[in-house]
Design a protein around this ligand. Structure first.
Ligand code: NAD
Length: 501
């Protein structure tokens, strides 16, 4: 990871990682090709054989060793997350590292129970018994984005390893060093090195992973790339989960606690510089609280302390991670302003590097791009609505459906509204946090994805679910066997009428 000469930066066979706050080169990684990816998958497959045969409890115990190394060496990870992503130290700890350690702890403890064979009582075929058992997939390919370059691939990797699979991760080309750091921590545990591997590269490396003979693909990223990934998996009949883009609405009711709501929205829109798939991306505020809410949101936003998070000082917000994403944010704001939105605060780059001022837009209309297209940056567009019905209708008028938020003083009403919103996760009176609860499923509706991660079911989905059906009572023959006859037909007809009377 030594410093590079500027002449090296354009080399096509390497990827250069830079600190987004200073643009300093942090290191370079190879852009790996199909042959290298295939070889990694073959090594993973060999290592998986023994691992997959261990009892789940034993695998969980061994995974605890990895978890403990992560706890012990968390400061190293946090330091790199800050330098490679521009996120604050607190967010690197709480959103990337701690959530992953909590998830690992949950599944290490619960894994044996979740993956125990599960018997099913058959309502009609009483002479037979059935149970499901969960078999490792083999090699799980994880293709991941840059916004949570530790939590996203490692949460999934922890789960897949507990189920008995091996993992090959293709991290984002924007933040590859964190993945390699994680790999070095894995190797330090003494667990088989080939069981968890990282292949670095751009989109073509991800495509090569899908084509390498893996048994399952877990993809997290944009809707556009997710469609290509799902199609490539479909052609090869590889089971997959795709976790894609979001455009989370926040519905603010007339009876909301405006003070608390403003604080929650500012955090929900600007945490991780708005580069969260479930960031608050559009606010529908009831006309009776709209002006007070805007005033409070703007005041709180202006108080946020922004700076290079790798330097000393208390910062609430750091820099964005990817220069192209900053350009998208600038374009979204420019278009919104040309369509009549007002910038109430922020709206421009802030100092050196990829810092962008947290931005509040008002006078927004639902037909504006900024209310329809994913921003994935520190921008909170606010629109005034007549009533809650209009807010719910507009919240649902989207091709995306990952997360949504409802703010109200009436919890029962909050739940009723939440149930009407078309999103995989809806939170009442808070934002973002639900992703951090490993017990609950996380996944999108519409073009926000297919399938779920987290939860007991998410762990089982990473396995092959196999069904065994056995005889509970032994007879010389079964009534549904040959030979067929008219007598048998009539008896069966009579039985059907009696059973379903
Ligand atoms: P992206 O889709 O550009 O890239 C994601 C990954 O896919 C990267 O590793 C990339 O190299 C790889 N890739 C690119 N082309 C590929 C191809 N043809 N085949 C296989 N792999 C390919 O996304 P990004 O910019 O890294 O991440 C931002 C997006 O991710 C946002 O839209 C955000 O909402 C979404 N996201 C979703 C979730 C979720 O859980 N739903 C979580 C985080 C981010």
């Amino acid at each position: 990871m030594g410093a590079l000469q500027s002449t090296d930066i354009e080399r096509k066979d390497v990827i250069v990682s830079r600190n987004p706050a200073t643009r300093e080169v942090l290191g370079e990684v190879p852009d790996q090709g199909a042959a290298e990816v295939k070889a990694a998958v073959a090594r993973a497959r060999a290592a998986q054989k023994e691992w997959g045969e261990l009892p789940v409890k034993e695998r969980c115990e061994r995974m605890r060793r990895f978890r403990d190394v992560l706890i012990h060496r968390a400061p190293e990870l946090i330091d790199l997350l800050v330098r490679e992503c521009g996120k604050t130290r607190t967010e690197a700890l709480s959103m990337d590292v701690m959530t992953t350690i909590d998830l690992a702890t949950y599944f290490i403890k619960r894994g044996p129970k979740i993956l125990a064979p599960h018997s099913i009582s058959l309502h009609l075929l009483k002479t037979r018994g059935s149970y499901l058992h969960y078999v490792p997939r083999g090699v799980v390919g994880i293709i991941s984005p840059w916004n949570f370059p530790f939590a996203i691939p490692m949460g999934e990797a922890m789960m897949a390893l507990i189920t008995g699979s091996a993992v090959v991760n293709k991290p984002s080309e924007i933040t590859p060093l964190i993945a390699l750091k994680t790999k070095s921590l894995w190797d330090a545990t003494g667990l088989p090195p080939d069981l968890f591997q990282v292949v670095t590269g751009r989109g073509a490396t991800g495509a090569a992973l899908i084509d390498s003979g893996v048994d399952f693909i877990h993809f997290t990223g944009s809707t556009a790339v997710g469609k290509k990934v799902a199609a490539a998996c479909g052609e090869r009949l590889i089971p997959n989960v795709v976790e894609l883009g979001g455009k989370a609405p926040a519905v603010v009711c007339a009876d909301a606690d405006v003070d608390r709501t403003a604080k929650a929205l500012v955090w929900g829109a600007f945490a991780n510089q708005g580069q969260v798939c479930i960031s608050v991306e559009r606010v529908y505020a009831h006309q009776s609280v709209h002006d007070e809410l805007v005033e409070k949101v703007v005041a709180l936003t202006q108080k946020l302390r922004q700076g290079d998070p790798s330097t000393a000082g208390d910062f609430d917000t750091g820099t964005m991670t990817w220069d192209h994403q900053v350009e998208i944010v600038e374009e979204r704001i420019k278009t919104a302003v040309s369509q009549g939105a007002q910038v109430r605060t922020g709206g421009k780059r802030a100092g050196t590097g990829l810092a962008f001022s947290p931005t509040v837009l008002t006078e927004c209309r639902h037909d504006m791009d900024v209310m329809k297209k994913e921003i994935f940056g520190p921008v909170m567009p606010i629109m005034k609505v007549r009533d809650e019905e209009e807010a719910v209708r507009l919240a649902n008028d989207s091709h995306l459906g990952l997360a949504a938020y409802v703010f109200t003083g009436d919890r029962q009403k909050g739940k009723r509204l939440a149930e009407r919103i078309e999103a995989g996760t809806v939170m009442v009176n808070d934002c973002l946090l639900a992703y951090g609860a490993p017990e609950v499923p996380f996944g999108g509706l519409k073009q926000s994805g297919i399938g779920h991660t987290h939860s007991d079911q998410g762990l089982r989905d990473l396995c092959q679910t196999r069904h065994v059906n056995y005889d509970r009572l032994a007879f010389k023959r079964e009534m549904w066997w040959y030979p067929y006859s008219d007598k048998m037909y009539k008896r069966t007809l009579g039985l059907m009428k009696w059973l379903f009377r």
